[in-house]
Design a protein around this ligand. Structure first.
Ligand code: OGA
Ligand code: MN
Length: 281
């Protein structure tokens, strides 16, 4: 097994590891420390049936379902479908426009997921890359006074689904009453300490963070915008260009990510599992 960094901020490719096979404890430990070091792991050319994708994900923790139950793979409530394919009735089989903005998965819940594993079953020739931004690096790049200013602040996160759904061209279906009820939002520290490495990182994202707690609205927006400029700076970003059968595993505790567009005529079809995490501190 060989682990090769993909950029100097985050991301590494793991070569010679079969995520669908029996996992040798010794190799798994090496993969675990690579995950803590690089935050995004890319396993190329994996041949994974849904059960194998789920089994490998469970090596990292409990699987979380997703509030958007209409986009789960039939028979596999653990798998969220991220796809622009349509079924025979012309209905989308998955979320077509997942994450087309900087975000951290499900940060609007009080116990957000530790990681997500996205498996590329069909990928476009061009476009549809996924960007990952190291929030450890973003935090390290903050000027000292700003770091001090945000040290003890918290921010509120909420799911902006209704807003995305209302946008022109969105194929998303409205939420059910039951789903809407689950959207209470959450408050998290702006600076989060990684539970496994102890490293600090920014934990706010343009997708779901709407305000700094106990701060006047204008000032809050100004502060968030400043933090976002560090959080999404090109200098902290790794761009993943997908090959078919890539399995990409990322750490939601210290990264943001962003899906990029692709030509409408190409197919992009992926399955995602989400691994449960802990309360951010
Ligand atoms: C996701 C997501 C990005 C992509 O599945 O959580 O944001 O590139 N996907 O599809
Ligand atoms: Mn996402």
């Amino acid at each position: 097994m060989i682990i090769t960094p993909l950029s100097d901020v985050c991301g590494a490719e793991v070569i010679g590891f079969d995520c669908g096979g029996d996992i040798d404890h010794k190799y798994f430990q090496a993969v675990q420390s690579a995950f803590n070091k690089h935050s995004v792991l890319v396993f190329r050319d994996q041949h994974l049936k849904p059960d194998q994708h789920i089994a490998f994900s469970k090596c990292w923790g409990d699987i979380k379902g997703h509030i958007l139950t209409q986009y789960l793979l039939p028979g596999y409530p653990e798998l969220l479908v991220v796809s622009n394919k349509k079924d025979d009735n012309g209905d989308p089989v998955g979320i077509e426009d997942a994450g087309r903005y900087w975000h951290t998965d499900v940060s609007y819940e009080s116990v957000p997921p530790m990681g997500s594993l996205l498996y590329g079953l069909e990928v476009p020739c061009h476009g549809g890359d996924t960007l990952f931004a190291s929030q450890h690096r973003a935090y390290d790049n903050l000027p000292q006074d700003l770091r001090g200013r945000v040290a003890d602040l918290t921010a509120h996160h909420r799911f902006n689904y209704t807003q995305i759904q209302a946008e022109d061209g969105s194929a998303r279906k409205p939420l059910t009453k039951e789903q809407e009820k689950q959207l209470v939002g959450a408050v998290h520290p702006i600076v989060r300490t990684h539970p496994d490495t102890g490293r600090k990182g920014l934990y706010v994202n343009p997708g779901f963070t709407d305000r700094v707690v106990d701060m006047e609205e204008g000032e809050s927006q100004k502060l968030l915008d400043t933090l976002f400029s560090y959080a999404t700076d090109d200098a902290v970003v790794y761009r993943h260009r997908w090959n078919v059968r890539d399995l990409v595993f990322w750490d939601n505790r210290c990264l943001m990510h962003h899906a990029t567009p692709y030509p409408a005529h190409s197919i992009r079809h992926m399955n995602r599992t989400t691994v449960a995490g802990s309360v951010p501190v």
